[in-house]
Write a protein that binds this ligand. Structure first.
Ligand SMILES: Cc1cc2nc3c(=O)[nH]c(=O)nc-3n(C[C@H](O)[C@H](O)[C@H](O)COP(=O)(O)OP(=O)(O)OC[C@H]3O[C@@H](n4cnc5c(N)ncnc54)[C@H](O)[C@@H]3O)c2cc1C
Length: 371
């Protein structure tokens, strides 16, 4: 019985690893040509997903690469008012540490036998127990698991649902080697997350393991085609930074200094999600996990859910090695319930971020008793 996993992201790899530790073989087909073919982005806040790493036998290695100090948080208003500062004590438990996405993916990749991941295999379609790839090759499968992310192609085998724009457009920027290049800004941002929440706008800065500070400028209540009309010249980074500063009228000069200090990476990211509570009739031979199944607003749940999906599907398959449809049903039942709760919570946080007086509301969210 061949388990074919499409996508070597966190979810697909967690599944392959949990299967491997339970003595079940699988093959992961990944469209990228190698593990380093594409930058993996910044830090991830891993909390509930730690259970998956425990099931994968990798929790100690995870703790070795996780950054507890990444849990630090500062919340400010655009005029510079500091509303909240939380610094993580050195001996604090690693409840929600940050980890570099590439480090976590490498941990999972290194934990698998060499031949499990087949690089350079872009899935295009599946029929009659055969997977087809963009290079014209094909492979057999008994169970196909779509772990192919937000724009999943496997998803079309189970549902017509597609990600839809949620009225948020993010511009991603960054300051390289901040301790050396801008020590004053490094001190201001601190060791973890730095959030400035305004009306319809937010700036999220985060220190990464390699000394880069990644910055996401979010424009809420904006249309899907907003980038085309925003006047941000993405092909001219210096002019794009100047335009972004114009789009932050009245913001404290310390925040605009952050934008001025950025390098020439200026990337537009429209934010889309799948409908909250998406399900499909259980279908023998195909299932989904991670963003392919439940793409949520990026407020800290997606990677955790993807890891858990992978681990729990792996455990279900290991428990029913001769009955994949039963294992898939068991997995989907739990997954639909768990991830729709996470999607509802993410949508509530998203609503809060987009509402007037978002900073004060976020403060109340973090400190419900006003402490
Ligand atoms: C800016 C940002 C910050 C985030 N921060 C957090 C956070 O702090 N905490 C958190 O929990 N979540 C966070 N998330 C969400 C998280 O990144 C995702 O939910 C998570 O990566 C989903 O994992 P996945 O394995 O489902 O998909 P992915 O990680 O997207 O992996 C999918 C894989 O499938 C491959 N693939 C795609 N199509 C094909 C194909 N046709 N054939 C073969 N391979 C294919 C891709 O190349 C990729 O390797 C964040 C997201 C963003 C955008």
């Amino acid at each position: 019985m061949t388990i074919a996993i499409v996508g070597a992201g966190l979810g697909g790899l967690a599944l392959a690893r949990v299967l491997h530790v339970n003595g079940v073989d699988s093959v992961v087909y990944e469209r990228e040509s190698s593990r380093g073919a594409r930058g993996q982005g910044g830090m991830l806040d891993i909390h509930s997903g730690q259970r998956a790493l425990r099931e994968a036998g990798l929790i100690d290695q995870f703790h070795a690469i996780a950054r507890g100090a990444g849990q630090d948080m500062r919340l400010l208003e655009p005029d510079g008012t500091l509303l909240l500062q939380e610094d993580t004590p050195d001996d604090a438990p690693l409840d929600r540490p940050e980890v570099d996405r590439a480090d976590l993916r490498n941990l999972l990749l290194d934990s698998l036998p060499d031949d499990v991941v087949r690089w350079g295999h872009a899935f295009t379609s599946a029929d009659n127990g055969l997977l087809h790839f963009a290079d014209g090759s094909s492979a057999t499968y008994d169970l196909l698991v779509g772990a192919d992310g937000a724009q999943s192609r496997v998803r079309t085998l189970l549902t017509d649902a597609r990600p839809a724009h949620i009225g948020q457009n993010v511009v991603e920027l960054g300051i390289p080697d901040i301790d050396r290049t801008h020590p004053d800004l490094a001190t201001m941002v601190g060791r973890g997350n730095y959030w400035v929440l305004g009306d319809g706008l937010s700036l999220a800065a985060q220190r990464n393991g390699d000394g880069r500070v990644r910055i996401g400028l979010s424009f809420y209540n904006t249309a899907e085609d907003w980038f085309a009309t925003s006047g941000i010249p993405f092909d001219d980074p210096a002019a794009a930074r100047a335009r972004l500063i114009d789009l932050l009228p009245g913001w404290d000069s310390r925040f605009t200094a952050l934008i001025e200090a950025c390098d020439d990476t200026v990337v537009p990211r429209p934010i889309t999600t799948l409908p909250v509570g998406l399900t499909w009739p259980s279908t023998p031979g195909v299932t989904l996990l991670g963003d392919a199944a439940h793409l949520m607003p990026p407020v800290g749940e997606g990677a955790n859910m993807a890891l858990l999906d992978g681990a729990l599907l792996g455990l279900a398959l290991a428990a029913h090695p001769d009955d994949f449809p039963a294992a898939v049903q068991e997995y989907e039942r739990e997954m639909f319930e768990r991830t729709s709760a996470a999607a509802r919570m993410s949508a509530e946080i998203q609503e809060l971020l987009t509402s007037p007086d978002a900073a004060r509301k976020m403060l109340a969210f973090f400190q419900p008793d006003g402490v």
